[in-house]
Design a binder for this molecule. Structure first.
Ligand code: GDP
Ligand code: MG
Length: 441
């Protein structure tokens, strides 16, 4: 899958300590291939790689302590931008009712299903929608919309097969006006391929109803083809947005990226299943994440980067290498981790760390607890901090007295510390950098 391929490209990148411009260019060449294989339009890929390259080989990345992660971040950011991050992709229904929403697209894209989903969503938003069957060529099409309407309790404008779709839409608008429906959802016909007759009909519906939203419905599984079709529909109808369906399957995600880039129109909604409540708002950042397939590792990187000073991170890394994981480094790491949020929330971001986390027990440390730990560790001698195994009963007693805590507190800390030690070993199994990126960065 696209996700797996990205993963392997980035694994290679991570293998390097410092990166050369050559490393980065190699990686981006692979990113390019991966995107092309995912059916992303070649021109979109070309522009994408160019802008990522420009940013990634910049001085900031090369000089940074974590160039691989920086490159990944650039790829992620650019992917998000390409998918419309930061732009408004909400439905615009602010017009005098009844407002029309026209759904169009090829046969099987998911128009009829999406009409139902949309009606349900709008009713939850306190609107009063009416479904309009404007696909009159197949008798079954009208029946299908009626079935959908029945399932969600939303009325379907009553009509017979064979009538003119424009006339149906106009009559439905009149009916809505008289009966207090504020939103018309037009389920138009589709064909297997773009054909002039259909396109002419859609233009006439548009001209007559002046829909506030014209949504192109695309099957996310169809990749590159969807792009050509989207372009044709947009040129003819000047669509206002895109609905991407069947994203619940293992769609490669290339379609979302290309359609948005080629038409310049935002993806507004995504279909996540056949059920009528499976319609979601499109989140460009999540889609970028999905394509990158690295779970929330990226947000971990960001968190860590903003919270911890780089020099301190480098320093910590060196100390860990030299001194190993002992009570002293443990204490300092806890402080660093505290800056990033709770230990648990950070561990949760790391794929596969869930199990290690459960075994380690509850690692969440409230402020008070952290202060206690610091006090206890500060009351130890240097030797004790570096080798906790020498902490016998009398030493523990002394430390408790010195830190204003109890022997139980000291015991509990040591238990925690040994759990953390075990967990570190688990983390190391996840990858050589897992530990460092958790504790050091
Ligand atoms: P239309 O020809 O464009 O009206 O497409 P339909 O609404 O009839 O949908 C075609 C098929 O795709 C139906 O079997 C739907 O159940 C299915 N479908 C539509 N949207 C989704 C979705 O988001 N996820 C999944 N898995 N199937 C969908
Ligand atoms: Mg249909």
């Amino acid at each position: 899958s696209l996700t797996e391929k990205f993963d392997s490209v980035f694994k290679k990148l991570r293998g390097h300590g410092r990166l050369s411009e050559e490393n980065i260019r190699d990686a981006l060449r692979e990113v390019r291939l991966v995107l092309l294989e995912a059916d992303v339009n070649y021109k979109v890929v070309k522009d994408f790689v160019a802008s990522v390259t420009a940013r990634a080989v910049g001085q900031d990345v090369l000089k940074s302590l974590t160039p691989a992660q920086q490159v990944i971040k650039v790829v992620r950011d650019e992917l998000g931008l390409l998918m419309g991050e930061g732009e408004d992709n909400s439905l615009d229904l602010a017009a005098r009712p009844p407002v029309s929403i026209m759904l169009c697209g090829l046969q099987g894209a998911g128009k009829t299903t999406t009409c139902g989903k949309l009606a349900l969503k709008l009713r939850k938003e306190k609107r009063n929608p009416l479904l309009v069957p404007a696909d009159v060529y197949r008798p079954a099409a009208i029946e299908q919309l009626k079935t959908v309407g029945r399932q969600i309790g939303i009325p379907v404008y009553d009509t017979q097969p064979g009538q003119d779709p424009v006339a149906i839409c106009e009559a439905a608008r009149h009916f809505a006006d008289l009966n207090g429906y504020d939103t018309l959802i037009l389920d138009t016909a589709g064909r297997l391929h773009i054909d002039q007759e259909l396109m002419g009909e859609l233009s006439r519906i548009k001209a007559s109803l002046d829909p506030r939203e014209i949504l192109f419905v695309a099957d996310a599984m169809t990749g590159q083809d969807a792009v050509t079709v989207a372009k044709a529909f947009d040129e003819l109808l000047n669509i206002t947005g895109v609905v991407l369906t069947k994203l619940d399957g293992d769609a490669r995600g290339g379609a979302a990226l290309s359609i948005r880039a080629v038409t310049g129109k935002p993806v507004k909604l995504v279909g996540m299943g056949e059920k009528l409540d499976a319609l979601e708002t499109f989140h460009p950042d999540r889609m970028a994440q999905r394509i990158l397939g690295m779970g929330d590792v990226l947000s971990l990187i960001e968190k860590a980067e903003s919270a911890i000073d780089r020099d301190q991170a480098a320093d910590m890394e060196q100390r860990l290498r030299k001194e190993g994981f002992n009570l002293e480094t443990f204490r300092d790491q806890l402080q660093a981790v505290k800056k990033m949020g709770s230990m648990e929330s950070i561990l949760k971001l790391i794929p596969g760390a869930g199990k290690a986390l459960k075994k380690a027990g509850d690692m969440q440390l409230p402020d008070k607890e952290l202060k206690k730990i610091e006090a206890i560790i500060n009351s130890m001698t240097r030797r004790e901090r570096r080798d906790h195994r020498i902490l016998n009963g009398s030493r523990r007693l002394r430390i408790a007295a010195g830190s204003g805590t109890t022997v139980q507190d000291v015991n509990q800390l040591l238990k925690r510390f040994t759990e953390a030690q075990k967990m570190m070993k688990k983390m190391q199994k996840l990858g050589p950098k897992g530990l460092k990126s958790l504790m050091g960065r």
